[in-house]
Design a protein around this ligand. Structure first.
Ligand code: ATP
Ligand code: LTN
Length: 336
């Protein structure tokens, strides 16, 4: 990041919910890109703890999961000296801009969000309004920092579109207040699927723990979970429609080794799923081991985590306050 000139550096921003231990899906769809982008850009990464309360959890659990997710971001190698790594609830402007943007979002456009439809079906006992306005808070997260690029998995594409629509509408009324962000969706790994139901995305909140690989899973667990991944009865490794389980394992293997699908097909030509799964498991375990070790190490140093979070909050707040002042003035709030 230091050997780049400020003109071609982009502001890159992304957040991850504090809703459980992150998965291989989060890693390949998001974190791996974050790590790479952090080298050449001005990066802001955060833990979306405000978003996490759209689903009910015990206070102690929310607190623990937020700290753990924050430690995971540090473990990725996101240098808190060069990048901003922060906790969303430490910067109050998120909630304030979220409210303002609610008033510039149409009920109809928010109603079209597929994540809301999915999540409200899954949590039918708690379809709160926060779940509905979730994408508007996410728009606030992004627009506060005038982000150029937002690296996310495929499932967040629609939220990026609504963010751009809200920003464009606001700008058309008040002039150039917000930068319109671009989504950055990696070529591979944008959608890692469940190991048990490869039609569904791999999700950390899946009740079946065999469906996902946690970034904290031991090598043994990784091997067991990949061994029990659902495939098909053909026993031939190639990428094709109707082979969702194998396609998913090939995608995972490709992301971890850098090999393309043709190379993988050649490598496993004449071999069965047993050999293939063993190779996938080893590649995943090798990819995750250093991250897990670093994470466990950071988690023992609560003082370090606290120091980084305090610095992150201060740096993020300075940027967020600047945008918020402009918004308040443009909308017409009486200013002291
Ligand atoms: P949940 O599963 O609890 O609903 P989530 O993992 O989808 O949560 P986040 O933790 O906020 O949601 O996701 C962080 C990032 O990881 C986002 O950019 C998201 O697009 C990406 N991501 C999540 N799951 C996958 C997946 N299975 N494949 C690729 N990317 C993913
Ligand atoms: N909605 C995202 C998490 C998220 C986010 C953000 C991502 C909250 N705020 C801002 C990018 C930018 C999710 O569910 N994965």
């Amino acid at each position: 990041m230091d050997n780049n000139t400020s003109e071609n550096k982009k502001t890159v921003l992304s957040l991850v919910q504090a809703s459980g231990t992150p998965t291989l899906g989060n890693y390949l769809g998001a974190f791996k890109n974050w790590k790479e982008m952090a080298r050449d850009n001005d990066c802001i990464f955060g833990v979306a703890d405000l978003h996490a309360i759209t689903v009910r959890s015990k206070p102690a659990d929310l607190r623990r999961r937020s700290v753990e997710m924050y430690a995971m971001l540090l473990a990725l190698g996101l240098d808190p000296e060069k990048n901003i790594v922060f906790m969303q609830s430490h910067v109050q402007e998120h909630a304030l801009l979220g409210w303002v943007l609610n008033c510039y979002t149409q009920f109809g456009e928010a109603s079209r969000m597929t994540q809301f439809k999915d999540k409200s079906a899954r949590h039918a006992d708690n379809v709160n309004v926060g779940l509905f306005t979730y994408p508007i808070l996410m728009a606030a997260d992004i627009l506060l920092y005038q982000a150029d690029m937002v690296p996310v998995g495929d499932d967040q594409k629609q939220h990026l579109e609504i963010t751009r629509d809200i920003a464009a509408r606001f700008n058309s009324i008040y002039g150039d207040v917000f930068k319109l962000p671009e989504p950055y969706i990696g070529k591979h790994g944008a959608k890692i699927l469940s190991l048990q139901e490869p039609e569904k995305k791999m999700s950390k909140s899946d009740p079946n723990v065999k469906a996902f690989i946690s970034l904290t899973d031991s090598t043994d667990t990784v091997v067991k979970k990949i061994k029990s991944a659902v495939t098909d009865s053909e026993a031939r490794v190639y990428y094709a429609e109707g082979k969702a389980g194998i396609n998913n394992l090939m995608t995972i293997y490709s992301c971890c080794t850098g090999k393309d699908f043709a190379e993988i097909e050649r490598e496993f030509d004449g071999k069965g799923y047993g050999d293939f799964k063993a190779a996938v498991a080893e590649a995943v375990a090798e990819e995750l081991r250093p991250l897990r070790e670093e994470y466990e190490h950071i988690l023992t140093d609560k003082q370090y985590i606290e120091k980084c979070a305090a610095e992150g909050a201060e740096k993020a707040s300075a940027i967020a306050r600047r945008t918020m002042r402009k918004v308040m003035k443009k909308v017409g709030f009486y200013q002291l």
